[in-house]
Design a protein around this ligand. Sequence first.
Ligand code: ATP
Ligand code: MG
Length: 430
Amino acid sequence: MPTVYIDEIAKFQGQEVTLQGWVYNKTAKGKLIFLMLRDGTGLIQAVMFRDTVGDALFESTLALTQESSVRITGTVSEDKRAKGGFELQVSTLEVVHLAAEYPISPKEHGIDFLMEHRHLWLRSSLQHAVLKVRHEIISACRDYFDNMNFTLIDAPIFTPAAAEGTSTLFETNYFEDKAYLTQSGQLYMEAAAMAFGKVYCFGPTFRAEKSKTRRHLTEFWMIEPEVAFCDLEGDMELAEGLICAIVERVLDKRREELKRLERDLSKLECIRKPFPRLDYEDAAQILKEENSQFVYGDDLGAPDETIISARYDRPVMVTHYPAGVKAFYMKRDPERPDRALCVDLLAPEGYGEIIGGGQREDDLDTLLSRIHEHQLPVENYDWYLDLRKFGSVPHAGFGLGLERTVTWICGLQHIRETIPFPRTISRIYP
Ligand code: ATP
Ligand code: MG
């Protein structure tokens, strides 16, 4: 008799199979027990009759607690009314472990309580849906780049210096020295692009974000492509294509999960190329019209991004920010040297920035003077400067924040549920 998973149950209609999982729910009615079984791939109702299984098994099943683990053998039957369309007529049941009183019940719990029990909360159906969508987005990103012959090159986690400014660096001891947890794999991807042409990395990045926001984690995952012989325009097309590939994939494969999350699918269905493009000037004009606190010349704050992205039904790309608010490696616009050849992609419905990127400075002397202007220790960047000495070429790339993307795709209010075990300024447990 085959041991199977719930998501493949349709293939076994009329047959006897064994399922292994956890008791999600139990109701008893006279000589009947309905068990809702969860196995990670789905939910199915198992029906047990006292007359079929005998008194002893019936009584021990009645005593099963929520989240007890079991092996159930029974016959698969079609039931149009049941979730998933199938039901299991139980012939026997083996208790693997009788669970202690489970702390999470269907009643409303506060977010702190749920986060404290994150290791158990992952079993709940909404959390399950979010992480299934996350998985699908990861897979869509990898396929997008792999299908275009990009090479995956892993960036290091321990780094000797900052990539994105020193205020959010996590410092750690490294034998007799100090090291920092990586904030971005970009600089390493630039080296890799000169070796492989088209590359990407996908890994965890760390930023000591000291303010509590709905968009910031201290540990988050970034997918960072970098392409040799690519300019800002090429970079934007790459970003646009990636977002469309992600949306297409989740609509194809994770519709059910998105519906469970009560996501308005029409908001995703209308996303297609081309995305509107705004120069920083245009963005500033919109913010002025909307009476934002925004100060011309500054970076856009989260509320500003919300105002702009709420105006469009597709992602918006904002380009050419003042060079002063961007990192040292950004190439400047030759026609407007106070502007950077950069792009931020803002997700619609007010979600704000999910991608930051641009063209990199490829001239050795210019880059050196930027490093000095930013008062960065030049000796840390010797290897990076080498890339401008040995066949320097125009190149560009970007970073897509995975969790922000999941937040938007799932239509969530807060980033904390988009990663299995979130790390924030106030949480490092469990
Ligand atoms: P913000 O201004 O919102 O803090 P940033 O300008 O610091 O973002 P980048 O350095 O451009 O962001 O990083 C690239 C992408 O990484 C961002 O577009 C975002 O999706 C993601 N990201 C950055 N910081 C965080 C964070 N603390 N938590 C989650 N995702 C982040
Ligand atoms: Mg930041």
